[in-house]
Design a protein. Structure first.
Length: 195
């Protein structure tokens, strides 16, 4: 028996093992779901946003390769069912969603907008937090002299006690009374509406 008679089957066996390992790895990788991206929840209550809160949210999402989940918190009066149409409020929310998406697209951050309904802000927040999985943090803007709609002290305290994960509370910049998004004053949105 020559050395070639032993080396050829041994080489064939090693090649077969290598090919099998590669095929098994590809099958295993194909069967695994893609990794879940972290989500940063960005709830808002009105049609104006804090520039500081929006910038902080987009910076965090960009740095962490996370998805921003802007969420309009719609308050539904008690006599109505929670799934009742919210009317004009939803139209205003969609205008704000569009502005957020435009800002996020400029920095390459994906957005997944939501509308959360509740009897009050806390009820809407509770339902939203239960609905959106994989939230790593929540960024909210406080109300104040910044000229924007934000969360009051009681709502911030409730959120700090009840939220899973991190909560980033951003207060308005006292030197910048103009909010980040005023749909009726935004020239880009005004031009689109006129077209």
């Amino acid at each position: 028996m020559s050395p070639d008679d032993v080396l050829i089957p041994l080489a064939a066996l090693l090649v077969g093992i290598a090919v099998t390992a590669v095929v098994m790895r590809r099958r295993r990788n194909a069967a695994e779901p893609p990794p879940v991206r972290a989500k940063i929840l960005f709830p808002f209550v009105g049609t104006e946003l804090s520039e500081r809160a929006l910038q902080a949210t987009l910076r965090l999402a960009w740095a962490e390769q996370a998805v921003v989940v802007p969420a309009y918190l719609a308050t539904v009066p008690l006599p109505l069912t929670l799934d009742a149409p919210v009317g004009r409020a939803a139209d205003d929310a969609f205008t704000v969603f569009e502005a957020i998406e435009q800002r996020a697209a400029k920095v390459g951050v994906p957005v997944d907008g939501r509308i959360a309904r509740g009897r009050n802000v806390r009820h809407a927040l509770r339902r939203l937090m239960a609905e959106v999985p994989a939230v790593t943090r929540i960024v909210i803007a406080t109300d104040g002299n910044g000229g924007h709609d934000g969360f009051g002290v009681d709502d911030v305290a409730w959120l700090l006690r009840n939220a899973q994960g991190e909560v980033l509370v951003v207060r308005p910049d006292p030197r910048a009374p103009q909010p980040a998004v005023l749909p009726e004053r935004d020239p880009l949105l005004r031009a689109r509406a006129a077209a």
